[in-house]
Design a protein around this ligand. Structure first.
Ligand code: FES
Length: 213
C-alpha cells in the first residue's frame, strides 16, 4: 500500500487493505507487528551512482534506489569499483550522480518554497480554542488563523499542539499523517512528531512550536 510521503490521503485505510489481502492469502494469519518506512526516489526516477560531486572526485555515492535496493546496490558496487580501478563501465552514464537534467516533475518543484513566506511571524496564539473547535480529539489538520496557516493536533486528552506547518528542510507545506500522528513533507520525505520534533531526514531541525497558552 505504498503512497508518497505527505500525500493527502487517509492512511488508516492502508493497513486495513493490507490485512484483507493477507487474510485472503493466509486465512489463519494474525497481525503481530505493523510498520511503515520510506524510500528515496530521485525526481527523474533513476538512482544516483558515481562521484558525489565534480569537486570531490574520490568520494562516491549510491542512492535513490526506488525500492530496488538489492539490485541497484549491486549495480552501484560494480560501477563504483570500476571507477576506483580506472575501468570503463557501460552503465556509468545512465546512473551518473552528477547529471544535470531539466527537472521534469514541475508539480514537486512548484511545491517547494512557495509557502515559506506564509510562515512568517506567528509565535503565540491567545485564543486557540476558538480557531480549533472543529479539530477532533486525535485529529491533526492545518487551520488558517489570522491569515496564517497553523498545523494543529488535538491529543486524546484534548490538549492542543500547534506548529508552523512548513518543512525545515526547504519550506514545503506539511501534511498530516493520520496513521502515525506525524507531520510529513511531500517534497523529500522529512517527518516530524505532532510536537514538531524532527524524526526523519533530510530535515534535521525541529518545527517551530506556536505557544497556545
Ligand atoms: Fe521537506 Fe525537503 S522540503 S523534505
Amino acid at each position: 500500500m505504498d503512497h508518497k510521503t505527505g500525500a493527502k490521503i487517509n492512511l488508516k485505510d492502508s493497513y486495513q487493505k493490507l490485512e484483507q489481502v493477507a487474510k485472503q492469502l493466509y486465512p489463519d494469519s494474525k497481525v503481530v507487528f505493523r510498520w511503515n518506512t520510506e524510500d528515496c526516489i530521485p525526481l527523474d526516477k533513476i538512482p544516483y551512482i558515481g562521484e558525489f560531486s565534480n569537486l570531490w572526485p574520490n568520494v562516491y555515492v549510491g542512492t535513490g534506489y526506488k525500492k530496488w535496493g538489492m539490485t541497484s546496490s549491486n549495480v552501484a558496487g560494480n560501477i563504483i569499483t570500476d571507477k576506483i580501478l580506472g575501468k570503463e563501465n557501460p552503465y556509468e552514464e545512465v546512473f551518473k550522480s552528477t547529471r544535470l537534467k531539466p527537472i521534469k516533475n514541475h508539480e514537486e518543484l512548484g511545491n517547494m518554497l512557495k509557502e515559506v513566506g506564509h510562515s512568517a511571524i506567528l509565535n503565540k496564539l491567545e485564543k486557540i480554542e476558538e480557531y480549533t473547535k472543529d479539530v477532533k480529539q486525535g485529529e491533526g489538520k492545518i487551520v488558517e488563523i489570522e491569515g496564517k496557516k497553523v498545523g494543529v493536533y488535538r491529543d486524546k486528552q484534548g490538549e492542543i499542539y500547534a506548529v508552523k506547518p512548513y518543512c525545515t528542510h526547504l519550506g514545503c507545506e506539511l501534511s498530516w499523517n493520520n496513521l502515525e500522528d506525524t507531520w510529513d513533507c511531500p517534497c523529500h520525505g522529512s517527518r516530524f512528531t505532532y510536537e514538531g520534533k524532527s524524526i526523519y531526514d533530510p530535515s534535521i531541525k525541529d518545527l517551530e512550536r506556536i505557544q497556545t497558552k
